[in-house]
Design a protein around this ligand. Sequence first.
Ligand code: NCD
Length: 292
Amino acid sequence: MHLVSINDLSHNQILDIFNITKHFEKNTDIVNTYKIPHILYNLFYEPSTRTSSSFQAASLLLNGSVIAVNEVNYSSVVKGENLEDTIITAGCYADVIVLRHPETGAAERAANISTVPVINAGDGNGEHPTQTLLDVYTIWKHFGRDDELNFNDLTITLMGDLKNGRTVHSLAKFLSKFNIALNYVAPEQYQMPDEYMCDCSVKYQDLTNIASLTDVLYMTRVQGERGSQFHYQLTKENVEQFKSNMIVMHPLPRNQELPMWFDADPRAKYFEQMKNGMYIRMALLYTILRDK
Ligand code: NCD
C-alpha cells in the first residue's frame, strides 16, 4: 500500500491507525507483537526536521533500521539521476520509502514505479498526508469520540498560506468530508485553491469575526520557498476572543506568525501535535509493513 494522498486511506483504516497510535503513546516500551524488523529509506529532497526525524525514531522504535538520504546533494541525484531510478534503487535495499520532494506529483510518480510502499512526506504544494494524520489525531484526541471519526459541529479555521501550504491542502481534503464549519483565513492572493473548497468552507481575509467561534485554529507558515510573500501574526486581541477550550495548532516550523508568548497558553497544542507525529508514524509504518 502506498500513501500518496490522504484520500488513499478509508475512515476505518484511519481509526485503526489512531487506535494503534494511542497504544504506542501509552506504552513507549514496545511489546514484541509490535516489533517489525524492516529497513526504511528516508529520501528527502527538501529540508525537514520533524518529519524526517520522527519517521526515523518511529522506525527505530519498531526495531527497524534507517537509510537516511536527507541531503540528496550527497547522492547520485547530483549526477543527474532521475527520481524513478532513485526510487527503483531504494526499493532494492529497503522495505518502505518515505519521500519528500519539491515537485507536486512526485510521490505519485514514485508510487507508480516503486516495488515497495511509498509514503508521501510532502510533494511541493501538493499534499502531506502523514501530517494530516497527526493533525487529525490531535483534534480527535481533544474533541473526538474513541469509537468513531466524528468532528461534527466543530468550527475549524485554517489560517496562513493556504495557497502554497501542503499541510492545509491534505487537511482540507480530509475535513471537508465531515459536517463541520471550515473557515479559510488568508489574503485573497494566498487563499485556498478552488479544488479544496467545499459546501462547508467559507473564505475570510482576517480572523477578527471568527476568532470567538473557532474550536481549532490551524496556523501555517508563509511558504517563501514557493514564492509566497506576506506578513501576518496572531495578536493578543485575537487571543482575548478565543474560547477557553479551543486549541491552536501549527505544523511547524513557525516564523513570526505565531509569537512565542503564546506558547505558555494551555490552548497552544503545537508541541503536543509534533510529538503525536512520532506515534502516528509508528502506527502507520506498523500498519503498512504488517499488511505488505
Ligand atoms: C510542513 C511541510 O514541510 O510542509 N512541515 C512539516 O512537515 N511539519 C510545514 C511547513 O514547512 O511549513
